[in-house]
Design a protein around this ligand. Structure first.
Ligand code: AMP
Length: 279
């Protein structure tokens, strides 16, 4: 496994490597603190026989000043061990200065307001920060495929819609949400949860499934979601930032159909967790 720490060295390396590379290139961007969710995306790409590149970079521009950028878990040594174990081909671990100085041709695209919905209401610059870094990485690496997790469906659809409008050739692929045995979606931020908080957090998925069942049985979406919110607050969640049913383009969905999802962002003390399920 090759590790590259700056833009010019990965560009140079890939220029030579591409010459007789018979495999398609797959790219999985991450912020590290790797868990089975990240590894599942890598395995999807490995199973297709692709040349797999993973980036580890905690991107400051997607965090607001009051968010957890400085305390976000950074576990590079064990991350690299995990990646080596599953035979990732190339890892990119740039530093911020190098990335900020890198410029690429300007892509123009419409966002269709996707960055303002759901998480965007509470994290106003988040998705623009994400797209800035993802477009830089895609320009540097020029992969055939890039993988994103269903847990962050809004991020997946936002990137997918943007990239389609550019001249980038990368196809954006979604990998399904990986959960622990209690159903809690794996997340690097779960490291912040105490045992007691984990016991509360597991109800996110339980309630999502329960609401899905009630909606499928014909109950009114607004009534079901109101009850879920009340029940979660009683159980110990400190805040439900949003709990909404949207279609696959994140448009409000008053009637469930097979592409609608229930989306949630909930806080336990100050720890923010998100999840979503297909109805
Ligand atoms: P992050 O390191 O949190 O930026 O995540 C990197 C990628 O892994 C993103 O595409 C996430 O959606 C994806 N991911 C994170 N958690 C999970 C999970 N539990 N299941 C599947 N994919 C995940």
């Amino acid at each position: 496994m090759i590790v590259k720490k700056n833009v010019s060295s990965i560009e140079q390396y890939l220029k030579q490597r591409r010459v007789n590379l018979r495999k398609k290139i797959a790219f999985i961007p991450t912020m590290g603190a790797l868990h089975e969710g990240h590894l599942s995306l890598i395995k999807l790409a490995k199973d297709k026989g692709r040349y797999v590149i993973v980036s580890i970079y905690v991107n400051p521009s997607q965090f607001a000043p009051n968010e957890d950028f400085s305390k976000y878990p950074r576990t590079l040594k064990s991350d690299l061990e995990k990646l080596r174990k599953i035979s990732v081909d190339l890892v990119f671990t740039p530093v911020t200065k190098d990335i900020s100085e890198y410029t690429h041709q300007k892509y123009s695209f419409k966002t269709f307001g996707l960055e303002k919905k759901l998480c965007g209401k509470f994290r106003p610059n988040h998705y623009l920060g994400v797209s800035e870094i993802v477009l830089k990485f895609l320009s540097i690496i020029n992969p055939d495929f890039a993988y994103f997790g269903e847990k962050d469906y809004q991020q997946y659809i936002f990137i997918e819609r943007i990239v389609k409008q550019t001249i980038l050739k990368t196809k954006i692929i979604m990998g399904k949400t990986i959960r622990n045995k209690d159903g809690l979606a794996l997340s690097s931020r779960n490291k912040y949860l105490s045992e007691k908080e984990k016991n509360i957090a597991k109800y996110i998925y339980k309630y999502l499934k329960q609401s899905r069942l009630l909606i499928k049985k014909g109950q009114l979406i607004s009534t079901v979601l109101k009850k879920q919110e009340d029940d979660m607050l009683k159980l110990g969640f400190s805040k439900i930032e949003y709990l909404e049913v949207k279609d696959s383009n994140l448009r409000k969905s008053n009637l469930p159909h097979n592409k609608s999802r229930i989306f949630i962002a909930a806080k336990i003390n100050n720890i923010r967790l998100i999840d979503n399920i297909l109805i």
